[in-house]
Design a protein around this ligand. Sequence first.
Ligand SMILES: O=C(CO)COP(=O)(O)O
Length: 219
Amino acid sequence: MSDSDTLILVNLKAYPCDPIEIAEACASVAADTGARIAVAPQAAHLSAVADTGVETWAQHVSPVEHGSHTGSTLAEAVADAGATGTLINHSENRLKLADIDGSLAAAARAGLETCVCANNPAQSGAAAALGPDAVAVEPPELIGGDVSVASADPAIVEDSVAAVEAVDADVDLFCGAGVSTGEDVAAAGELGATGVLLASGVAKADDPEAVLRDLVSGL
Ligand SMILES: O=C(CO)COP(=O)(O)O
């Protein structure tokens, strides 16, 4: 990857990390290097994370509008809190096809950029058909591990790039699972990915800023 439009998207999941410390590290590395780095914290932390100035994404928005939807994550509320994008679907938060479609509509209503997560090339193509801005392919068995998807299973990235391209060339393909180094980011770019989605490499790091600086070196 070589252009600064390439996205490094850090999903904090429900890890016991300090979202503000990580957000500040991301903002600082982004400012120093021109890299595009975004953070997806817990919904309750969106406002505080956005206040650091970092690009902020939600981990999920519900397929609902304003109304009687207790427990939902309203896309408009996420945008009001300062998020500019949202993940939709995940191996750890699996949605039905109709819900992914509804969440995409909710995100569009609120002006949020979207990335739908998928487990494999077939799902990547199916997700692209729903018209998100990006699809992120993440093989579930590699999530949270030490080996990056780009080295453990390069074909899954290349095949997802092709599957998405065949459906809608305007949809970006990101990859994730085990990404934690600049080498991993560079390898993902060589396979055709225009972004990486990662979590544990940063959220569980003793020095998140050092990891981020290494990640950016692979752009
Ligand atoms: O699921 C992921 C991001 O959404 C990837 O997680 P890891 O970076 O911990 O493998």
